[in-house]
Design a protein around this ligand. Structure first.
Ligand SMILES: CC(=O)SCCNC(=O)CCNC(=O)[C@H](O)C(C)(C)COP(=O)(O)OP(=O)(O)OC[C@H]1O[C@@H](n2cnc3c(N)ncnc32)[C@H](O)[C@@H]1OP(=O)(O)O
Length: 419
């Protein structure tokens, strides 16, 4: 079935969105099993979409779309640099209209616009793990939950350094945004937080909670001895101390620009009175926390979850935007039914400052599909593992190992912000 996709530009005045955007937001919320909201709350929730692109499929005479998608331009860190990506979210289809190709229609339309405007990569986080590979998205970063038994935690550096300051709704965006911008450069795959997400991060007033405020959230900024801000943490009291006498705190976002700021933010969390446990569900898979402590046992590592899915839309631009730790020339044959990444590409890093991916008639060293290339792009998975899984074919002996050395990232890719 051929679905006509339309675009909607949100208009936001005095913190509330226009009527069409509100109708769009209501349809999107319903697809995600969100609560029913009164129009005022919905208009405030939808104000976060200012400057973003809304898409939908509308049926005749019904003002509410049957399918929704939201996207915006975001900066993402890549090894040795950064890249503008098409960040995609809010893909929802009315429960009565599923499995008729509506997700496909809105997503294909959005990707086509990203290609037209020269955006080399699309990025999303997903509610389900099986949806997006068929559209060429590969799983590029993971997170892992971590928890700290604060009463048993002893820091190897015994004395705190720097200064801590609490932030409120008025001060969080201006104080934390520049810190996040610096911190994310330490982790390939880390995305810039979009402007509209700072206030809800602290108030808890998000559409999916029906804009019900969460008054148990706190934000703390750490600055070094010179007064330069170096990190922040936003956390919520997940369980109060009333029942058991011991509260539990959940980290919502923690960004550190230096080892010192990382240590002092964790020291702050560990020192909270009345708290027994601090948890963080979207931590990096390689958190240094256990190494800060005299005894690592108070740290418990939990389950991994998939986080960021990447779709390479422009191979020369995407591969040329990152840096590589070794010089090599490897030929990749990329299969992509949507054609965006299809071709035989020579990835040549002989000039480390200007690596290039160009089309070639040479025999490929490796054959893979577009989703596998997206998974590999940040260096978050070893190509030899993908070869063992049959996701990548070595056409010349040892090519997967060469690819592993070429694509290796300077630090483990991580994005701590679901969007
Ligand atoms: C980036 C994000 O926003 S992630 C959020 C995804 N949205 C949600 O979880 C909200 C609730 N769910 C929904 O709104 C819908 O069920 C959606 C968006 C997941 C799917 O929408 P639909 O219009 O039914 O999908 P559509 O018919 O276009 O299917 C596209 C393909 O995905 C497959 N697919 C769709 N839903 C699922 C699913 N739940 N599990 C596995 N495969 C699925 C279809 O079989 C189809 O495959 P094919 O084209 O290879 O044959």
């Amino acid at each position: 079935m051929n679905h006509q996709v339309h675009r909607l530009v949100p208009h936001v005045t005095d913190g509330t969105a226009d009527a069409d955007t509100v109708t769009w937001a209501r349809a999107m919320q319903a697809a995600f099993l969100g609560p029913r909201m009164d129009p005022g709350d919905l208009a405030r929730a939808a104000a976060a979409y200012a400057g973003q692109r809304l898409r939908g499929v509308w049926e005749t005479a019904d003002p509410a779309p049957v399918a929704t998608l939201r996207s915006w331009d975001a900066q993402m860190s890549v090894p040795g640099g950064e890249l503008a990506v098409d960040a995609i979210s809010s893909i929802g289809v009315r429960s009565t209209h599923r499995r008729r190709g509506l997700l496909r229609a809105v997503l294909v339309d959005d990707l086509a616009e990203a290609v037209r405007t020269g955006t080399p990569v699309a990025a999303l986080t997903s509610t389900q793990g099986s949806l997006y590979e068929r559209f060429g998205f590969g799983l590029a970063t993971w997170t892992r939950s971590i928890s700290l038994d604060t009463r048993a935690a002893r820091f190897r550096v015994p004395e705190p350094t720097g200064r801590l300051r609490t932030l409120d709704v008025a001060t969080l965006p201006s104080a934390a945004a520049p810190v996040q911008d610096r911190a994310r450069r330490r982790h390939p795959g880390s995305m810039a937080r979009d402007a509209g997400s700072w206030t809800p991060l602290l108030t808890g007033e998000v559409g999916f909670s029906g804009m019900v405020p969460d008054r148990h959230r706190h934000a703390v900024l750490w600055s070094d001895a010179t007064g330069r801000p170096g990190g922040y943490v936003v956390y919520r009291v997940a369980r109060g101390w009333g029942e058991t006498g011991v509260a539990e705190v959940a980290v919502l976002d923690l960004q550190a620009t230096t080892p010192e700021s990382y240590r002092e933010l964790w020291r702050h969390l560990a020192s909270l009175d009345l708290v027994g446990t601090v948890t963080w569900s979207d931590a990096s898979v390689d958190e240094p926390l256990p190494w800060l402590l005299a005894d690592p046992r108070p740290v418990a590592l939990g389950t991994s979850r998939e986080m960021l899915w990447l779709r390479i839309l422009d191979v020369p631009a995407a591969l040329g935007a990152r840096r590589y730790p070794v010089t090599d020339r490897i030929v990749l044959a990329v299969d992509d039914p949507a054609r965006h990444a299809a071709g035989t590409w020579a990835v040549d890093t002989t000039d480390p400052v200007e690596p290039r991916a160009t089309t070639t008639g040479d025999e490929p060293d490796v054959a893979l599909d577009a989703a596998t290339l997206g998974a590999l792009y940040l260096g978050g998975v070893d190509p030899r593992v993908l070869a063992r899984a049959g996701r990548l074919e070595e056409r010349t002996p040892g090519a997967a190992g060469r690819l592993a050395r070429l694509f290796a990232a300077p630090s483990v890719p991580w994005n701590g912000i679901r969007f």
